[in-house]
Write a protein that binds this ligand. Sequence first.
Ligand SMILES: *Cc1c(COP(=O)(O)O)cnc(C)c1O
Length: 379
Amino acid sequence: MLCIPFNRPFTIGTEFERIQQSIENGHFSGDGFFTKKCHALLEETLLVPKALLTTSCTHALEIAALLLNIQSGDEVIVPSFTFVSTVNAFVLRDATPVFIDIRPDTFNLNEAKLEQLITPRTKAIVPVHYAGVGCEMEAIIQIAEHYGVPVVEDNAHGLFGKYKQKYLGTFGSLATQSFHETKNFSCGEGGALIINDQEYIERAEIIREKGTNRSRFFRGQVDKYTWVDLGSSYLPSDMLAAFLYAQLEARQEIQARRRQIWNYYSSNLQDWALSRGIRLPIVPAHCEQTYHMFYLLMPSLKLRSALIAHLKAKGIHSTFHYLPLHLSDMGRFFGGKEGDCPVTESVSDRLLRLPFYNDLTESDQSRVVAAIKDFSEFF
Ligand SMILES: *Cc1c(COP(=O)(O)O)cnc(C)c1O
């Protein structure tokens, strides 16, 4: 019996051709032909003033922290229910993380708890559009503007998703994307910084180019390039951009595949889940999701562990995440303790993610569904 993995790296088929073109172009380093193609595609699709490819979403978040001049003692509000990089990029600049709990429906940060966490030291709010379902951006932006705090959207799951008809990643001053192998569009490792607030563009280019004004030099705006600010090497090779461009060009096909996979799970598991107190993903009507993942919210940790083991015995790999950041070693170092984020703690124990990748076949999916329905031990 063949195993069904949790994730499988995906190629659309035109990646080689694009990489070959990139090699023929003779420009292998960053900001070549395909990097510019990716920038233009993102800017024209999302209607944003600037998109910059980076070596990862983590690095895009690090650029954001540098752009916001995050310093020792500054506070950054982040959900505890997210990937490490959402917070670590700011802690690298010596920020103190302030963890916010999530909404029980979408598992996005709970905007009703935001205002009470803001202090004079709050320097950023970092919403994560979990599973590519938009956070309540209207309320978040309103609070952020009231207190003059910039918003950085961690949009690793949400490229081309929308909240109230507007693309995710276009609400905050800055937003970050991931093109890691596990995301909807990938080049293995990669990311992007989306800049919505024009005032950050020039400095973002400098930080991304090792703290030099090399981008301006290449545009002929200065006649020498030199060290002008903090920075690092945050540009991907143009060959990686070529790989990514092949996938971004096929974005409609890729999203359509994922929609079909998501809908199959949803329609085939709905009745089963309902009758057993298991919750499927909730997508509010005003959100266009990106079909980044499909999960079950089990009634208990015990049942989740049992279902994972049951699926594993049938060669199906399911998984869970995130371990609450406020209860990690680093989170506890910053004062995190049990009970700080009760919804996060509960969801983290009960969430189970099903196999989900662009070329997951319907016959494999039907095997997953049958195996789940066969899980009767506790029901
Ligand atoms: C994947 C992910 C990241 C990190 O992305 P990389 O490109 O691997 O650095 C950050 N935040 C979230 C929410 C993610 O899912």
